[in-house]
Design a protein around this ligand. Structure first.
Ligand code: ADP
Length: 139
């Protein structure tokens, strides 16, 4: 499984803006296989825990509030070099700096409300996948 799995969320802004289908389409087109998928909503406690590495950052409160504000789509994706290739597909954190054709360039509202999450390491991909999915939900 090493180097093959990443975890993503379609964030509340992109779900509210009606972009679930288009974003899943871009993900499939880029060659990722979907191993787990669900529409769900983070509680404030879930969002605090998921983003606890950012607890000292000035935007943490805003991030927790936003990420728990509405439904998200959580997914586990499989592809060779999944973590790096998915981060290339989504683009820079700030959509104003994201490359043309990236998911954030196309669908994000702002640096905070930036449409999608992508794991930043193989280790975090596994931690984040198991935060959201039971073993029997990952195929
Ligand atoms: P990435 O999601 O690209 O890996 P980070 O790990 O740095 O980015 O940040 C996590 C999330 O926190 C971002 O995706 C974004 O939603 C939010 N965020 C990052 N920087 C800012 C900022 N300066 N202001 C508001 N929200 C931010």
């Amino acid at each position: 499984m090493s180097h093959k799995i990443t975890f993503t969320m379609i964030k509340p802004d992109a779900v509210a803006d009606g972009h679930i289908g288009a974003i899943l389409g871009k993900i499939a087109e880029a060659g990722f296989k979907i191993n787990a998928l669900k529409l769900t909503q983070l509680t404030v406690a879930d969002a605090k825990k998921f983003y606890e590495v950012h607890a000292e950052r000035p935007f943490y409160g805003e991030l927790v509030e936003f990420m728990s504000s509405g439904p998200i789509v959580a997914a586990v994706l499989e592809k060779d070099n999944a973590v790096e290739d998915f981060r290339t597909l989504i683009g820079a954190t700030n959509p104003a700096e994201a490359a043309e054709g990236t998911i954030r360039k196309m669908f994000a509202r702002s640096i905070g409300e930036n449409a999608v999450h992508g794991s930043d390491s193989d280790e975090n991909a596994l931690i984040e996948a198991s935060f959201h999915f039971a073993g029997k939900e990952i195929f």
